[in-house]
Design a protein around this ligand. Structure first.
Ligand SMILES: NC(=O)c1ccc[n+]([C@@H]2O[C@H](COP(=O)([O-])OP(=O)(O)OC[C@H]3O[C@@H](n4cnc5c(N)ncnc54)[C@H](OP(=O)(O)O)[C@@H]3O)[C@@H](O)[C@H]2O)c1
Length: 380
């Protein structure tokens, strides 16, 4: 099940705090950055904060600009994004401003918290959804996408929420506004707490001065592990689909893109079909050929391929599924299972899985993977 694009947004002090320990919310951003945040809210389908932020800050979480609200309505969207919170306890103050301003609201909670939340929120119209015995973030994201139609989710904290979404590899982007002041209190809430995070370095996509704060935007790079897809997996598969569009056209072979990424998010190589003028080159083959045999990083690397690696081919002795296994790679993420166009019953995923590799198929990318191949599928 697809997830919305998850954008973590926070303002931090120079020493990494989200707030101080005082009773009032610490204003870290200046007017220009609050306006930027308003713009990001207006571009989002939903805004999420944890129950801790509702208790401590009592936020409204509105789109404040009338022009931006009008533009949303003109585009057929509600004036305000859906407001979302998570609470394990269900202990929510019905008088909080969150419930009495803006548009629709939803609470994700546990089986235990659901009764308490429904009881507390009898007044305001709020949807209360339990994800089971525990709060499960993947279920929250799948529900937002599948049931509430949310494609872009802005997460505005607090630290506990940011820590989990980043740690579980579920954040597509981090937008940090670094404010020029110190908090200096050991007990103040930090942006990210202790925990397991994806390894390696994130990728910087933008820095911008906004008044006296600096906006920094990072995207994740480290692939997931095992059978569960992460936000970084989705981003890399998107790159593979872009590469597929670069292939010289052919009536006798698919156009495919592939990227090989080390566990720490380092791109090892990329390739696409018929690369370098070789009429029979496959994407995975072209990418793997650029990496030294025996490179120790291959054992924990992930291969992203817009089409599942081939299981049989006439043009070369070894199909790509075999090349991947021989290179030592044990994780493949792909968008599209091979149709019977050239080879009946090709099952590269089956071949890989039988050899112990994890194969993750993300069908939400199939349309992008198929796009440069429409003429082979009788649709163009
Ligand atoms: N500078 C900024 O940009 C910014 C933005 C937002 C917030 N903040 C600051 O952040 C602080 C609040 O952060 P916080 O970490 O205390 O709170 P938080 O992350 O907003 O919310 C934590 C609460 O969410 C629920 N929750 C989250 N994950 C859960 C899970 N896996 N299972 C069950 N429940 C879960 C729990 O609610 P229950 O307790 O109901 O079970 C938990 O207490 C405040 O000081 C606020 O000012 C700063």
């Amino acid at each position: 099940m697809p997830h919305p694009y998850v954008l973590l947004s926070a303002a931090v002090s120079l020493d990494g705090f989200l707030d101080d320990t005082g009773p009032e919310r610490l204003l870290l951003s200046g007017p220009a950055d609050f306006d930027r945040v308003d713009e990001v809210r207006a571009s989002s389908d939903a805004i999420l904060v944890g129950a801790g932020t509702i208790r401590s800050d009592n936020p409204r979480l509105l789109v404040n600009s009338a022009e931006r609200r009008a533009a949303r309505v003109d585009a057929g969207r509600p004036a305000y994004p859906l407001k979302v919170t998570v609470s394990g306890s269900g202990d929510l103050d019905p008088d909080a401003r969150f419930w009495h301003t803006g548009g629709e609201k939803i609470v994700y909670t546990t089986d235990k918290g659901a009764a308490r939340a429904a009881d507390a929120l009898r007044g305001p119209a709020v949807d209360v959804v339990s994800t089971g015995a525990e709060l499960d973030w993947r279920t929250v994201l799948e529900h937002l996408y599948g049931v509430r139609g949310v494609r872009r989710l802005m997460v505005e904290g607090g630290g506990r929420v940011h820590t989990q979404l980043m740690g579980q590899g579920l954040a597509d982007e981090l937008q940090l506004a670094v404010a020029p002041l110190f908090v200096g209190q050991a007990d103040a809430p930090r942006l990210f707490g202790p925990g397991g995070y994806p390894p390696g370095r994130m990728r910087l996509v933008e820095t911008r001065a906004v008044g006296d704060v600096v906006l920094i935007r990072y995207v994740p790079t480290a692939p997931g592990t095992g059978a569960l897809a992460t936000a970084a997996d989705r981003r890399w598969l998107g790159v593979a689909c872009e590469l597929a569009a670069l292939c010289p056209p052919s009536r006798t072979a698919f156009s495919v893109g592939a990227v090989v990424v080390a566990a720490d998010g380092t791109e090892l190589a990329r390739g696409h079909s018929r690369e370098g003028g070789d009429p029979v080159a496959h994407a995975e083959e072209a990418a793997l050929a650029k990496i030294a045999a025996g490179d120790a990083r291959l054992a924990s690397a992930t291969v992203y391929s817009s089409l599942e690696p081939c299981a049989r081919r006439a043009s070369r002795p070894a199909p790509c599924a075999r090349l991947i296994l021989d290179a030592g790679v044990r994780r493949v993420v792909t968008a599209w299972r091979e149709p019977d166009t050239f080879v009946a019953g090709a099952d590269g995923s089956g071949l890989l899985a039988a050899a112990g590799a994890d194969v993750v198929v993300l069908p939400e990318f199939a349309e992008r993977a198929e796009a440069p191949n429409r003429h082979l599928l009788g649709a163009g």
